[in-house]
Design a protein around this ligand. Structure first.
Ligand SMILES: Nc1ncnc2c1ncn2[C@@H]1O[C@H](COP(=O)(O)OP(=O)(O)OP(=O)(O)O)[C@@H](O)[C@H]1O
Length: 289
């Protein structure tokens, strides 16, 4: 069953000048429930504009957006209910944090869902613990926290609504590799635990290769490709032509496989490359023994 479907989706920013910018151009897309999708593309290709359509933050200039088989701009649809179902974590957590305490910030969504106090409290504590925030963080001002912690609060605020569709716009920008892995690991866990759909906009090909099952490639306001990581990376030259780089480790294995060496072409991380090389060497060793 599809969780996201678009039909001829087009969005044009009117810039207040005679020049208009078509950021999304006639996009027809279908994403199945339960996928973990990486959204990639060069700067300005339309990634943020596209995903902002999926929780109704942006209204199409023309075309349709269906979430969970419902035309979200159809007559009688409550767009707030769509936003509870499709939670969006903004690129800059500051845009999402405005309450005086971390607790209140995380509680904001569940409160709007009109849940009772007990349920709100349960969800706040659960979401905070899930992203690794400690009890003592809850009464702090979100603005006293570090960049990584602010991101955790922003993510917890969305998770507390338990969205079927979790959309994250570069949630790890500016974090060190350890911080990035921690946050992405938690997102992966949310996806696996609940079987929810996750859309992750990222500039890091390493991250999307490591965490996502499918990739949606945006290029000049259009969806250029939507397929498995392996199928997308097989177009290594085209990808490079779009200013995106297939991770080096994957390129080495793709080229070796193409040259006829008995290695898999779907190797995305240094750890798995290491495992494969060790296994190959071990086998080679025993063959000579
Ligand atoms: N508020 C706006 N007004 C006018 N044009 C805009 C606005 N926001 C984005 N654009 C333009 O729309 C196009 C798509 O922008 P968008 O931010 O969706 O791309 P992106 O792929 O997310 O880029 P990035 O990787 O830099 O975040 C770009 O050309 C951008 O300049």
């Amino acid at each position: 069953m599809s969780i996201i479907k678009t039909e001829h989706l087009t969005y044009t920013y009117s810039t207040g000048t005679p020049f208009e910018k078509t950021a999304i151009d006639d996009v027809n897309l279908e994403i199945e429930e339960g996928e973990f999708v990486g959204v990639i593309g060069h700067t300005g290709s339309g990634k943020s504009t596209l995903i902002q359509h999926f929780n109704g933050l942006v209204k199409p200039t023309s075309g349709k957006v269906m979430i969970d088989n419902e035309d979200i701009w159809g007559e009688g649809v409550d767009i707030r209910a769509v936003r509870f179902k499709a939670g969006l974590v903004f690129q800059y957590p500051e845009y999402q944090l405005f309450e005086e305490t971390v607790y209140k910030d995380i509680a904001f969504g569940p409160k709007n869902m009109k849940l009772d106090e007990e349920e709100i409290d349960r969800r706040v504590r659960e979401a905070a613990a899930f992203v690794g925030l400690k009890e003592h963080h809850l009464q702090k001002s979100p603005f006293e926290l570090s960049g990584g912690q602010k991101r955790r609060v922003a993510i917890a605020g969305v998770l507390a609504m338990r969205p079927k569709l979790l959309i994250l716009d570069e949630p790890t920008a500016g974090l060190d590799p350890k911080g990035r892995d921690r946050i992405l690991g938690q997102i992966k866990e949310y996806h696996e635990q609940a079987g929810n759909t996750v859309l992750l906009v990222s500039h890091s090909m390493e991250d999307v290769a490591k965490y996502c099952g499918k990739l949606l490639v945006m290029n000049q306001a259009k969806v250029y490709m939507y397929d498995t990581v392996e199928a997308v990376f097989a177009h290594v030259e085209e990808i490079r032509g779009m200013g995106l780089a297939v991770p080096q480790i994957s390129r080495i294995f793709i080229e070796l496989a193409r040259a006829g060496y008995p290695v898999p072409s779907n190797v995305y991380t240094v750890e798995s490359a290491k495992q494969i090389l060790l296994e190959t060497l071990r086998k080679g060793g025993s063959a000579h023994a």
